[in-house]
Design a protein around this ligand. Structure first.
Ligand code: SAH
Ligand code: SF4
Ligand code: F3S
Length: 430
């Protein structure tokens, strides 16, 4: 099993691995040993899907030599491409969409007497998982809702993940409590539009109430959530965050573009002015909130003037982090039907570079202002570049690298910031 895509996809892939393990399957690391090869794959941009088709292509020979090997595609890409996967990669046996992944073991068994299985519709998945099986010991992700009802015109997610469905708050609390009991210190709540959590339950539940409830659980050290949409961010939510230090001072709030004209075409439901007002409110209530965002460059009809407005917005808001994506047509979306992909690839690349450079300069400037400050960090492990150093994150999600005599992984330590780059802060233990 190999997974791609967003954190929600990764979490679902973990859930599938758990189901297979319950059924007696054993996870192996190399493809040559495997009897079942599964890709849990993403559809959000064309590049993501092409990468998987590339991997599948490379398995053709293996399948010819060992015809009993099961090759499957799961998740958003299965949902989106359905039979097309069999057409483009005829050696694939199994295609399982986002509503049916829990039954994967059964589908693998069906393949003993069938050539192919495709399972897309007609199911619903639970959130049941074996919490002891997680990649990192001291932190965990918890899915609190599925689907998205926003239908931004460029986006495939509402089609791959279906309607918005919130999970029952008690079941979320039970899972978080079990994770804490098992040694987890930091929990990240997951949803595609996590700040509309609870609204579909029609009983007064919302994200603010959920955070308040989970924030009170004994033993939890840090709680955060991704990803939010710029509408439905209110003062109640910010006050809950302000009033309890367990809540991360980090908000990922994708704006996509600084142009009102493009925002309208995207059906984002907000304009630049309302986004600015939301940020003002957030910073008034929680002054040390660190902001991250997503941008799409080269959207249909995006002119140099539209793009200049994105650059201006990045500077004005002073984002800490930007994730920049080149527009990619997704067949089935409204944009694919009605908005021609008219920005040349070279232009997209150029705007991508410009925005990344702007962000780098901004991050460095914001980081420089941290020199001399003391911050509490949760230590995540040993630095990849330098085995004598460790790294962790502040509540604002800033990465801090520091030297230490022993392994502090999973612990909170206090550091003083002494040096910075655009990506990293360097600290000394206090
Ligand atoms: N639910 C999240 C976004 C999920 S997709 C949210 O609304 O914030 C993650 C990011 O991928 C989006 O924020 C957007 O910036 C980007 N993205 C989505 N569809 C895209 C497309 N067709 N082309 C390029 N980028 C896209
Ligand atoms: Fe896609 Fe928009 Fe939903 Fe985010 S809010 S998942 S961008 S449709
Ligand atoms: Fe990709 Fe599906 Fe996530 S399309 S971004 S894996 S919800």
């Amino acid at each position: 099993m190999e997974d791609f895509g967003c954190q929600m996809n990764k979490n679902d892939a973990e859930l599938v691995v758990g189901r297979l393990r319950d059924d007696g399957f054993i996870r192996c690391e190399s493809i040559d040993e495997a009897d079942v090869i599964l890709y849990y794959a993403c559809s959000v941009r064309e590049h993501a899907e092409e990468r998987i088709f590339g991997r599948l292509g490379a398995l053709k020979r293996l399948k010819a030599e060992k015809p009993d090997t099961v090759i499957g595609v799961m998740g958003c890409m299965a949902q989106n491409q359905k039979e097309i996967i069999f057409k483009r990669a005829p050696h694939v046996d199994l295609v399982v969409g986002t509503q049916r992944f829990e039954d994967v073991a059964e589908f693998v068994r069906e393949l003993e007497h069938k050539d192919r299985v495709i399972a897309i519709d007609g199911g619903e998945v639970s959130y049941q998982r074996d919490i002891t099986q997680r990649p990192v010991q001291h932190q965990a992700f918890v899915t609190i809702m599925r689907g998205c009802d926003k239908f931004c015109t460029f986006c495939i997610v509402p089609f791959t993940q279906g309607r918005e469905r919130s999970r029952d708050p008690q079941s979320i609390e039970d899972e978080v409590r079990a994770l804490i009991d098992d040694g987890v210190q930091q929990v990240t709540l997951l949803g595609q539009r996590v700040n509309t959590y609870g609204l579909d339950l029609n009983r007064g539940e919302n994200l603010a109430r959920l955070l308040d409830r989970l924030g009170k659980l004994k033993g939890l050290k840090r709680l955060q959530f991704i990803t939010s949409h710029p509408t439905h961010i209110d003062e109640e939510l910010m006050r809950v965050i302000r009033d309890n230090p367990v809540h991360s001072r980090y908000l990922h709030l994708p704006v996509q573009t600084g142009s009102d004209r493009i925002l309208k075409r995207m059906n984002r439901g907000h304009n630049v002015e309302s986004y600015r007002r939301t940020i003002d409110m957030i910073r008034r209530v929680v002054p040390d909130m660190s902001m991250a965002t997503d941008w799409i460059v080269g959207s249909p009809g995006e002119t140099d003037e539209d793009f200049a407005e994105s650059v201006q917005l990045l500077r004005d808001i002073e984002f800490q982090t930007s994730f920049v994506f080149k527009y990619s047509v997704r067949s089935g979306t409204k944009a694919a039907r009605s908005l021609p992909d008219d920005v040349p690839t070279e232009k997209k690349k150029e705007r991508n570079q410009i925005l990344l450079a702007e962000q780098e300069a901004m991050s460095k400037r914001l980081h420089q202002a941290r020199i001399g400050e003391e911050h509490e960090i949760l230590v995540e492990g040993i630095s990849k570049r330098d085995a004598t150093r460790w790294f962790g994150r502040t509540s604002q999600n800033w990465i801090v690298v520091f030297r230490a005599e022993r392994d502090f992984t999973g612990e909170f330590v206090k550091v003083r910031i002494v040096d910075v780059t655009a990506l990293t802060l360097f600290g000394e233990l206090v």
